[in-house]
Design a protein around this ligand. Structure first.
Ligand SMILES: Cc1cc2nc3c(=O)[nH]c(=O)nc-3n(C[C@H](O)[C@H](O)[C@H](O)COP(=O)(O)OP(=O)(O)OC[C@H]3O[C@@H](n4cnc5c(N)ncnc54)[C@H](O)[C@@H]3O)c2cc1C
Ligand code: SF4
Ligand code: SF4
Length: 474
């Protein structure tokens, strides 16, 4: 509770003297922005171009944009404690959950047009009809598949947003409008794991209203990676020659990228061909299954494309879902492969984020071996890990990893406690190594000056005494 109040206080403080410039320096220019739309919605002085927020006018540095950005301070542990209260199962790769099931909508119209089993849209329609929510922030699209954030207030509006858009969308941009214009009191949100972080902050304390815009249901979508709009414009339309207006649906499944056309034809290409269009900050993202949503929904683990896999996490998530099942809106099944979901989530959590070439060269210069560098960068990507987890993530022999950790620990590149290793900030360690080198170098020069040079001189004199005398006589 104390931690929750501290976080609330932090979110409510507006005398930090930080503003958009700090957000720009720390998040946007560092290519860490997930373009969630939160800062743009919270501050009328912030606008956007097609890929990032932009300051439009004078900035009074109230710090709201900075505090609510999901990529600045995010106290994950506090949220986990608040939301799950130690009740749910905890899995390293998919987080806390109470139940995992396969599910699909019982509504034929939803099933026909939805991305997978239509559970997202059916749940939302049920929540709206039963009065749990009075609106939901969703992602629609225009004729060219450009994502369009919308506020849906009717089943028809929810249905118009079905289907996955594989492009980053500033879905939260409509939050202000939902409050100021529509005066919605109980909101739902559907979005990607990174967007859910922003929504949880707003749920804890909103700078726009204490009465309106309360998030009562938060649905997260599984997500391994997302893309810039260039995936569609340059790749699908440009390279594959498919006009975007003719596309009915996109899908990513089993390592392939699918384009379903309205005329019934299907084009499929290996997913690796889309890699260059990946949204920058996705490469640092570790959350596959939207770990702090009320309910997380995807397809992987289900028996076929027209089913969803559903992780029920919080009490509110469990209740809404069970009620929708009881009232026959959704069908469930036990035919679900937990291991498959955990495997892909583990892959995302443990994918190695390469540190920049200059740091790598500095490490080489300091005599850190290539294997130790790999061990260090892997640990840095994971945040922290045990020896077993690290060797599993690196897919390398545990003993080799243990030896590398030992050597890195001796040189203070990693620290460990209770069997868990943590990497030390490389800037700190490199500075530390430089000081050590300087100290050793100065000691060596001192030794040369005080001990070696005078000795050498006397030896030289003794050995060459005749020559020296001869020179003196001359
Ligand atoms: C970028 C992206 C990557 C995904 N990656 C995976 C994956 O790797 N594995 C997996 O199993 N599932 C993944 N999913 C989830 C999957 O594609 C379906 O969204 C999910 O199974 C729900 O299906 P449904 O039939 O219930 O959804 P529907 O009933 O069709 O509803 C889809 C909902 O998704 C929302 N939405 C669509 N695009 C976006 C977007 N870009 N940003 C925010 N919200 C959006 C819409 O508002 C809509 O409400 C991904 C989804 C997206 C958008
Ligand atoms: S992540 Fe969201 S809040 Fe942060 S800078 Fe980007 S758009 Fe703004
Ligand atoms: S990979 Fe992560 S950062 Fe990228 S869209 Fe998905 S949840 Fe957001």
């Amino acid at each position: 509770m104390e931690m929750k109040n501290q976080v609330k206080n932090y979110l409510q403080t507006n005398d930090l003297d930080i503003g958009f410039q700090d957000l720009n320096d720390l998040v946007i220019n560092k290519q860490n922005c997930v373009f969630c739309g939160s800062c743009i919605s919270l501050c009328p002085r912030i606008g956007m171009n097609e890929k990032e927020p932009k300051l439009l006018e004078y900035d009074p540095e109230c710090s709201t944009c900075f505090r609510y950005c999901p990529r600045t301070y995010f106290p994950a542990e506090m949220f986990e404690k608040e939301l799950f209260n130690g009740d749910a199962n905890k899995s390293y790769s998919i987080g806390h959950y109470q139940k995992l099931v396969a599910a699909k909508s019982n509504n034929e119209t939803v099933l026909r047009i939805a991305q997978n089993g239509g559970v997202v849209s059916s749940l939302l329609i049920y929540a709206l009809d039963s009065g749990l929510i009075d609106g939901v922030l969703l992602t629609d699209k225009d004729d060219n598949w450009c994502p369009k954030p919308v506020i849906a207030r009717s089943p028809e509006e929810i249905l118009s947003c079905v289907g996955s858009k594989y492009t980053i969308s500033p879905t939260l941009i409509t939050y202000r409008e939902a409050i100021r214009e529509f005066k919605l009191e109980k909101l739902a949100f559907v979005g990607l794991p990174c967007q859910i972080h922003a929504v949880r902050k707003l749920q804890l304390s909103s700078p726009l209203s204490e009465v309106y815009g309360k998030f009562t249901l938060i649905i997260g979508l599984y997500c391994f990676s997302n893309y810039t709009y260039n995936l569609l414009k340059n790749f699908v339309q440009g390279e594959l020659g498919i006009p975007l207006r003719t596309v009915k649906k996109f899908d990513v499944s089993n390592g392939m990228f699918y384009v379903y056309k309205k005329d019934g034809s299907i084009k499929q290409v290996p997913l690796k061909m889309t890699k260059q269009y990946t949204w920058n900050s996705c490469q640092y993202c570790k959350d596959f299954s939207a770990e702090i949503a009320d309910i997380s929904i995807g397809n992987i683990g289900a028996s076929s494309n027209d089913w969803n896999s559903v992780l029920l996490r919080t009490d509110i998530g469990v209740k809404v879902f069970n009620d929708a099942v009881k009232t026959n809106k959704i069908t469930i099944s036990d035919n679900i492969d937990l291991l498959k979901i955990e495997k892909i989530a583990f892959r995302k959590k443990t994918r190695i984020t390469q540190i920049d070439e200059k740091t790598l060269n500095a490490m080489r210069l300091l005599g850190i071996s290539e294997f130790e560098i790999k061990t260090f960068t892997s640990l840095m990507s994971l945040g922290q890990a045990s020896e077993s987890l690290l060797s599993e993530a690196m897919k390398l022999d545990k003993n080799l990893v243990i030896n590398a950790l030992k050597s890195l620990k001796q040189r203070e590149w990693v620290i460990s406690s209770n069997g868990i290793y943590i990497s030390v900030d490389p800037t700190l360690v490199i500075n530390n190594e430089i000081s050590k080198l300087r100290k050793t170098f100065l000691e060596k020069i001192g030794k040369l000056n005080n001990e070696v040079l005078p000795k050498l001189e006397s030896i030289y004199v003794r050995n060459n005494i005749n020559q020296i005398r001869h020179k003196e006589e001359l």
